[in-house]
Design a protein around this ligand. Structure first.
Ligand code: SF4
Ligand code: FES
Length: 237
């Protein structure tokens, strides 16, 4: 089938303004949109820039806006698009070139929530063990591939006045450690999350959950963080 794509182009070093360029490629209906973008780069226009690696929804590097919705072109089948497909970079982040955005602000916020196990007690002989039930509490969050689609889609992050909000992706990772029975950093994690631009920055708008390509219940997990903060300040009994 013939696929038409309208792609955002911008090289800040040479272009005064962003613009859109149209392309057409022949594709099998079961090809992915990423295959079309690669075909454009390889066969028509090698100046088109985008990030990709695995091609199979694992690395999280090809987040972009497809017909206005953030997602991964490696997960979108060509047959599901009947009209011209609009391809743009992720919003919120500065454009480096074309579909490549600067994710430094994303990873700075991610680092701010201490995305690692905090365990001061001496390690046991073998592993730090955990029951399957305890692991199930956070196993959805483990699927996160840091594609940034949730943070880019969040109206709070998109608003200049509230863009300091740490964002849903960082909160998913915070959830993953806050609810890990092996982690001993609860107090310092709660101090980081109990902030205006921490977990309380979330206004439960659900956009993150709608776009997450790994079907993580992002908004629900942020709600559980809020409840955990509340309970730490209002212990029962
Ligand atoms: Fe991507 Fe989902 Fe992780 Fe957000 S929570 S970074 S949308 S995988
Ligand atoms: Fe790796 Fe899409 S290319 S997730």
């Amino acid at each position: 089938m013939n696929v038409k794509l309208k792609i955002f182009r911008y090289d800040p070093q040479t272009d005064k303004e962003p613009y859109y360029r149209q392309y057409e490629v022949e594709a099998d209906p079961m090809d992915r949109l990423l295959d079309c973008l690669n075909r454009i780069r390889w066969e028509q226009d090698p100046t088109l820039s985008l990030r990709m690696s695995c091609g199979h929804g694992i690395c999280g590097s090809d987040g972009m806006r497809i017909n206005g919705i953030c997602g991964l072109p490696c997960q979108k089948l060509v047959k599901d698009f009947k009209e011209e497909v609009l391809i743009e970079p992720l919003p919120v982040f500065p454009v480096i070139k074309d579909l490549v955005v600067d994710l430094d602000p994303f990873f700075e916020r991610y680092q701010s929530i201490k995305p690692y196990l905090i365990a001061a007690s001496p390690p046991p002989e073998g592993e730090r063990r955990q029951s399957p039930e305890a692991q199930r509490l956070f196993e959805d969050a483990i699927r996160c591939i840091l594609c940034a689609c949730c943070t880019a889609s969040c109206p709070i992050n998109q608003n200049k006045e509230t863009e300091a909000y740490v964002g849903p992706a960082a909160l998913v990772r915070a959830f993953r450690y806050l609810f890990d029975s092996r982690d001993e950093g609860t107090e310092e994690r709660i101090a980081i999350l109990d902030q205006k631009h921490g977990a309380w920055g979330c206004q439960t708008l659900w956009k993150c959950t709608e776009v997450c390509p790994k079907q993580i219940p992002v908004t629900k997990e942020i709600g559980q963080i809020k409840r955990r903060i509340y309970e730490s300040k209002h212990p029962k009994g």
